[in-house]
Structure formats: structure tokens, C-alpha cells
Ligand binder design. Structure first.
Ligand code: ZN
Length: 325
């Protein structure tokens, strides 16, 4: 080996050695690609919501590129109306095109208020250029068919359903929002309010920190947030309800009670502790139980807040039934 080759040879050995050392040093601290620790309590809560509620959640090992591809969305023989953020799937019948145009308008209208309310709006397009699909169904049978095709099951009655999938490595997508046939402009199940309610579920589930280990979720938290954001009819407290029989520290026996209970928790909180603190409460609830977030933001115990909530509910109940007469 002549001296020139020897220098190259030694240089090669030294560089290879350095490369091995550097690779070792830099890889040492890289986290292993493995499943997030999603606590069993969270998995159980999602399962319960899927069984009972109006949100369907699938936990999957991983999401594939195809899962984000709108070409792979369930399309049946729907027509499509779309822009950069949404695809509205609608039937070629009656006034459905007009309903689709309004749905697209309301969905876009919800974006800024959702960003204010939750601290951020998660554009579906941020993940692999997806558009958020919204299905307009024209009968209960149609609703059931779409729900089964997208999420594997339907519910007995719902104005709207939101389907989310989470992977154990932290990706999440919304498979679609389905609106039932009676969801129409100006009806008691008002189109704009249902779009706002379902989009609140979509965005809320994007905000949640799934790895949080603290305590349980409350049924009323999920429906309360969506109803309070949409300012929908769920605030109505049925006349026969005795508020002293309910506690915000436990989930109600009847899931339907979680709508008004939650609506008035958030309403009472905002009225008593101002809007800034209300938004703080929403943000804290992503990483801790709402039952812990209430005292940490308001400075009062959950027991004291529950008294505030009870009198707030009783006042609302009086006002709501007085205005009905
Ligand atoms: Zn809901």
C-alpha cells in the first residue's frame, strides 16, 4: 500500500468508526416507536360512549394512508358538494342540494368560533390533505345504513353522529359526521345547531390528550361541551327533574341527562368565573379530569361549585318553564 492509499485507508477506518459512534449517540435518546400508553380508563370511557352516546370511537393499532384518502370514504350513490375543508355527501332528491349548500356554509362558519372556544381548530387537511366528510341522510333507514358502513353500528335515535378513529400511536381522524333526515333549517333539530354540535365533538376529540392518566372522564363533559358550544336545545331541563338528585361528580344513570347537566356546568362556570377562566377550564380539561380542572381554575372546591351549579340549574329551570307559558 503506498503512503497515499494508506492515508485514505486510515481515514476511511477513522470516519467509519466516528460514524458508528455518532449513530449510537444520536439514536440512544430517540424514543422507540411504540404504542402510546392510553390508560384503560380512557379506553373504557370511549367504549361506553360508543355503546351509549352519539359519538363513535374506534381504537386501531395504526392508521394507513388509505384511511385519510377521501376517495376511500363511503360514497354509496351520494352526490358530493365540496370545498377545501369539507365534502358534503347528499342524495339526489328533493331539496337536498339546497340542504347540502347550507351544511357546507354552516360547517365553514363553525371554524372560527370552534378555534375561539377550544383554543384551536384542527383542520382535517392538516393530516394528509383530508377533507371532513359530512353525510346528509334522508330517512332513518338511510341514516342506519351510512352509520353501519362508516362505524360498524348505529344508534336507536340521534340527530347527528360523529365517528372518530384513534390509533395507539396517537394519530386521529374523523371518519365522518352523519346527520339524520329530521335535521333541517328552522326545525326543532336545527341544521346549523346540529352541525355546530357535531363539529364540536370532532374538534374536542382532536384536542384531548389521550395519554392523560388522571381519573375518569364524565359523560356530561362530552355532551355538555358540544351542547354549550352549539347553544342548542339540550339546555332544557325536564320539569320532573329534581336537581338535588343529581351530582356533577358522577355520571347520570340516564345518558340523556348528561346533556343538560353538562350544558349548565359550563354555563354556570362562565357566568360565575368569566370567559377567560371558562376558556382556561376547557384547555385544562384536555390534560386532566374536569372534576380536577374546576377547582384548579375557579379556586373553589367541587362541592362549592356543585352548589353554584344547582342554584344555576334551578334558576334556569324556572326561567325556561316560565318562558314556555
Ligand atoms: Zn353529542
Amino acid at each position: 500500500m503506498n503512503p497515499k492509499n494508506r492515508i485514505f485507508f486510515i481515514g476511511f477506518i477513522v470516519l467509519s468508526f466516528l460514524g458508528t459512534i455518532l449513530t449510537f449517540i444520536f439514536n440512544r435518546d430517540a424514543p422507540p416507536v411504540s404504542a402510546l400508553e392510553i390508560p384503560q380508563s380512557t379506553i373504557d370511557f370511549f367504549k361506553k360512549l360508543s355503546d351509549l352516546g352519539h359519538i363513535k370511537i374506534k381504537l386501531v393499532d395504526s392508521l394507513e394512508v388509505d384511511d385519510y384518502d377521501n376517495e376511500k370514504d363511503y360514497a354509496d350513490d351520494f352526490k358530493k358538494l365540496e370545498d377545501e375543508n369539507f365534502i358534503i355527501f347528499y342524495r339526489d332528491a328533493g331539496q337536498e342540494l339546497e340542504r347540502a349548500q347550507k351544511t357546507l356554509e354552516y360547517a365553514n362558519e363553525a371554524i372560527n368560533p370552534l378555534a375561539d372556544f377550544f383554543g384551536k381548530y384542527y383542520y382535517a387537511k392538516e393530516a394528509k390533505n383530508r377533507k371532513l366528510p359530512i353525510y346528509l341522510t334522508v330517512s332513518q333507514a338511510d341514516f342506519n345504513k351510512v352509520a353501519v358502513n362508516i362505524g360498524g353500528s348505529t344508534v336507536e335515535w340521534a340527530a347527528g353522529l360523529t365517528f372518530n378513529s384513534f390509533s395507539t400511536v396517537g394519530e386521529t381522524i374523523c371518519n365522518g359526521i352523519i346527520l339524520n333526515f329530521m335535521v333541517q333549517d328552522g326545525e326543532s333539530t336545527d341544521l346549523k345547531k346540529v352541525v355546530f354540535h357535531e363539529m364540536a365533538h370532532y374538534n374536542h376529540f382532536q384536542c384531548m390528550d389521550l395519554t392523560r392518566t388522571e381519573k375518569k372522564y364524565m359523560d356530561w363533559e362530552v355532551e355538555g361541551i358540544a351542547s354549550y358550544f352549539a347553544k342548542d336545545w339540550n339546555k332544557r331541563i325536564p320539569d320532573d327533574k329534581n336537581i338535588s338528585n343529581y351530582s356533577i361528580m358522577e355520571s347520570p344513570k340516564n345518558y340523556l341527562d348528561s346533556y343538560w347537566i353538562g350544558y349548565h356546568v359550563f354555563s354556570a362556570f362562565e357566568v360565575n368565573y368569566n370567559s377567560n377562566n371558562f376558556h382556561k377550564l376547557i384547555k385544562e380539561s384536555y390534560t386532566k379530569s374536569i372534576i380536577d380542572a374546576i377547582p384548579s381554575v375557579s379556586g373553589v372546591s367541587v362541592d362549592s361549585f356543585e352548589k353554584i351549579w344547582r342554584s344555576h340549574c334551578n334558576r334556569q329551570k324556572g326561567q325556561l318553564s316560565a318562558s314556555k307559558k
